[in-house]
Design a protein around this ligand. Structure first.
Ligand code: B12
Ligand code: SF4
Length: 442
């Protein structure tokens, strides 16, 4: 079959820009569509192409005309969900291809995609289930029995069986089809980290269940990891690239496996600069692991500090503490590892909360602080908790840079304060940089 996998164009709307003319919250994000490369890795025997509309926003029509796909598979985060609908409707109307949607938003709120012009929604990691779906379609079997595959039915609602994700779903022996986006490689650059960057996945899901986070939805709450050999193989395929972003939400969730991987990278002498996400408590409990990884090439650790008060960390079910965050910074700095710190600014913030956050950042060795605005993503525990307060339901605004429930401060003042803070954080890191870039690849 001819399968076209589609990465939507950069999406999202900005309230601060539309309402108050605040423009410094624009984003420049580039990175390869690893989800689609991973899916393609398990589609041997089919003719597969990737349309990366982030790299080539106007390419869809021509690719569809030339390629005439039997199946269109579209990925999308929440702020891309409306773009996914538009693409799905266009493809269905013009080509009649079967349309399958997957990715973060599909895994958080599959019912959103139950539309006439969408055939199937893939919930969670789809490398194996998508293959099973295509095999069923090819042999004319029904797909209802495949766990994790939801069949759209606008009258009766989505029908699906929950999938029990295991490491088999990672189909470890099949590498991502990096070659399918080779022509866009020049575009996949993340400033702030240093040059061209390739994405590698080493783990899926997380060991924790923070209330705001959609990552556990991908694996039914499980933490799964690739074998060290598979990760090393993928890094070697990207031999030309100086920087490797391990895109996992939690790379070191299984310290024993992480140690094996670190050792193998070191022994292979890959000489990469590695960027990876880590929880601060893992650093504090396993400092020796980070010494090993520093030698193996870990240049930058992305840490979700989230908040500067224990009470708020507890409210988010982060199961961590401010003291732990500070201790982790000390260990990483001593090892010479750069720190990118994610923080969550709640729309409930008052001026003193912004001041306290800035003071905290200035007091601690955070190389790049990245504050985003608390956004309850449908399907997360936070959404269930907050749904009555949400006033903005248009997912175009779910970029983590808009307040989708009312701000406690006057709204204009909230955005001006947030924007000024961003400006100071960015100037601090990139004195000549006017636009917001996100080297963490988030
Ligand atoms: C890499 C990355 C990016 C890259 C994306 C590259 C691309 N696609 O072009 C870049 C840098 C562009 C990016 C940007 C943003 N990102 Co981002 N990003 C990530 C990150 C770190 C990894 C994603 C990844 O590659 N995973 C590895 C792949 C292999 O796994 P996967 O995507 O889950 O795919 C599997 C399944 O989901 C499924 N699947 C996925 N798609 C499809 C499609 C089909 C058809 C099928 C069958 C299955 C399927 O199968 C795949 C293989 O098993 C995640 C955090 C994380 N660690 O999870 C955040 C994350 C996805 N990003 C997030 C956000 C918020 C953003 C931004 C809005 C940030 C911002 N403030 O602007 C922007 C949005 C850009 C836009 N559209 O305008 C959120 C999304 C939350 C949500 N529900 O929306 C995440 C989860 C981070 C977080 N803190 O919560 N991001
Ligand atoms: S925020 Fe980080 S630690 Fe919490 S569930 Fe998400 S990935 Fe895991």
């Amino acid at each position: 079959m001819k399968i076209l996998l589609i990465n939507p164009p950069n999406s999202g709307k900005s309230i601060p820009e539309e309402e108050y003319g605040i423009r410094n919250m624009r984003m420049i994000f580039r990175g390869e569509p690893l989800a689609l490369e991973v899916l393609a890795g398990n589609l041997e025997g089919h003719d597969v192409r990737i349309a990366d509309l982030k790299a080539e926003p106007d390419a869809l029509q021509n690719i569809c005309n030339d390629f005439r796909p039997d199946i269109a598979g579209i990925t999308g985060m929440s702020c891309e969900a409306n773009a996914v609908l538009r693409i799905a409707a266009q493809i269905k109307k013009e080509s009649g291809a079967r349309v399958v949607v997957g990715g973060y938003h599909a895994s958080c709120d599959p019912a959103f995609f139950n539309r006439e012009y969408i055939d199937y929604v893939v919930i969670g990691i789809g490398k194996q289930s998508f293959r099973e779906l295509l095999d069923a379609l090819e042999t004319g079997e029904k797909a209802e029995h495949i766990p994790g595959i939801a069949c759209c039915d606008v009258r009766k609602g989505l029908r699906f069986q929950t999938r029990n994700y295991t490491s088999d779903d990672l189909a470890d022996h099949l590498p991502p089809r990096y070659d399918l986006v080779e022509k866009h490689r020049e575009n996949y650059v993340m400033s702030g980290v240093g040059g061209k960057m390739g994405f590698v996945a080493s783990a899926f899901g997380c060991t924790h269940h923070c209330s705001f986070c959609c990552v556990p939805n991908l694996t039914g709450g499980r933490y799964l990891h690739h074998s060290a050999d598979a990760v090393l193989r993928d890094m070697k395929i990207l031999a030309e690239l100086p920087v490797i972003r391990l895109v996992d939400a939690n790379t070191f969730g299984n310290p024993r496996m992480a140690e094996e991987l670190g050792r193998k990278i070191l022994e292979a002498g890959l000489q990469k600069q590695i960027v990876a996400d880590v929880r601060s408590d893992t650093v504090v409990h396993h400092p020796e692991l980070f010494r090993l990884w520093r030698e193996a090439g870990l240049a930058t650790a992305v840490i979700g500090f989230e908040e500067i008060s224990d009470q708020r960390l507890q409210d988010y079910h982060k199961k961590n503490a401010v003291e732990m965050n500070i201790a982790a910074m000390e260990i990483l700095k001593e090892l010479g590892i750069r720190i990118i710190g994610d923080f969550i600014v709640s729309p409930d913030y008052r001026p003193e909360d912004f001041e306290n956050l800035e003071a905290f950042v200035r007091q601690h060795p955070i190389d790049l602080p990245l504050p985003s605005i608390l956004t309850p993503i449908p399907g997360t525990p936070l959404y269930a908790q907050m749904k009555d307060r949400i006033v903005i339901h248009d997912l175009d605004y779910y970029t983590f840079l808009n307040a989708v429930f009312p701000t406690r401060m006057e709204e204009k003042e909230f955005y001006e304060t947030y924007s000024a803070l961003l400006e100071r954080f960015i100037r601090h890191v990139h004195p000549k940089n006017g636009s917001r870039t996100n080297p963490s690849g988030k």
